[in-house]
Design a protein around this ligand. Structure first.
Ligand code: SAH
Length: 214
């Protein structure tokens, strides 16, 4: 099928840009990104660009999906069991994660986006994803702690609630900032209440609209 060929080309481009985790590349190769877009845009699904999904939101650029996933897996340094995603959006990043970790919890504040994502996940037969319609800036306290948390919307500061829901040695990958944003990697140090933050590359995300963004 042509979409497989164009996906292969996308994977080549991601490798050229420095994505090196073969498991992540394999999942990108096998995930039909066109199913996560409205029909009018689906022919652009394998360009390496962010695309609108309605309600002023965007499906992230494949490079950033791959990169964040790679950072999450790399920092966790083993297999991830429970992962929280903040900002389900189209469900594409959710689907990528679901193929790499045991169980994904994903929170979205815009109900119609969540409904569409749910349909797609069902269509793809993914059984290890649970969705919630809520303000993900508060995490998902009932389901935590999480080995990994990945946010696809940017708060101005890392919400304390997300850090507190990290399991021992848990890893949080999150874009932070307002007009200027950068990707942050926050690691919980063992079982302590200490965290180490690494600031990675500049990024561009929609804002995290949350009661935690004080
Ligand atoms: N992961 C998505 C990216 C969607 S853009 C994808 O692959 O398509 C980020 C999403 O975060 C948007 O859908 C937006 O509605 C959502 N969002 C923003 N603030 C949020 C909040 N406080 N809680 C939950 N979702 C939020």
């Amino acid at each position: 099928m042509t979409s497989l060929r164009t996906r292969e080309r996308l994977v080549q481009r991601l490798m050229e840009q420095g994505v090196s985790d073969l498991k992540v590349l394999d999942v990108i190769r096998n995930t039909p990104r066109h199913l996560f877009l409205d029909e009018a845009l689906s022919h652009r699904a394998y360009e390496d660009s962010a695309l609108p999904i309605g309600f002023g939101q965007t499906l992230s650029q494949p490079y950033i999906v791959a990169r964040m996933t790679e950072v999450l897996l790399g920092a966790a340094g083993g297999s991830l069991k429970r992962v929280l995603e903040v900002g389900t959006g189209s469900g594409y990043q959710t689907t990528v994660l679901a193929q790499l970790v045991e169980q994904v919890y994903s929170v979205e504040r815009i109900k119609p986006l969540q409904d569409k994502a749910r349909q797609r996940l069902r269509q793809l037969g993914l059984r290890n994803v649970v969705l919630s319609h809520a303000d993900g800036g508060f995490g998902w306290p009932d389901k935590g702690p999480f080995d990994g948390i990945l946010s696809t919307a940017a708060p101005r500061f890392v919400p304390e609630e997300l850090k507190q829901q990290l399991a021992p040695n848990g890893v949080l990958v999150i874009p932070v900032g307002d007009r200027e944003q950068s990707l942050h990697l926050v690691l919980r140090v063992g079982e302590t209440d200490e965290f180490v933050t690494k600031v990675l590359e500049p990024v561009r995300f929609v804002p995290l609209l949350s009661g935690t963004a004080r």
